[in-house]
Design a binder for this molecule. Sequence first.
Ligand code: CA
Length: 112
Amino acid sequence: MSTPLLITGLYLNPAGRDVQLSHGEFFVIENLASAWTSLAGWSVRDAAGTRIALPTTVSLPPRGRARVYTGRFGASAGDITLMRRRPFLNNKGETLELLDIGGTVRQRFTYP
Ligand SMILES: [Ca+2]
């Protein structure tokens, strides 16, 4: 299925706390479209079934990408933070689903 947004990377287990400032776990999301794409209404779901909404106020530029940090602390400019206090990406491996506004699974990304 064609999708404007795609998960292209998972960084599951950084050294230290997984929700620490600027060095925590994250996934990478890319906008494949030639227009800006809003993340509003999109969500991700991990293998344990935890579903997390992406920020409603963020759009990615054409062909743009961003790191989506689990943590609640600030990251570098252009990165996204989910503001969660606890990590959710399984350190031993993870399958992350990307769901669109209608709740349809558009992608399953497994690492490793
Ligand atoms: Ca983790």
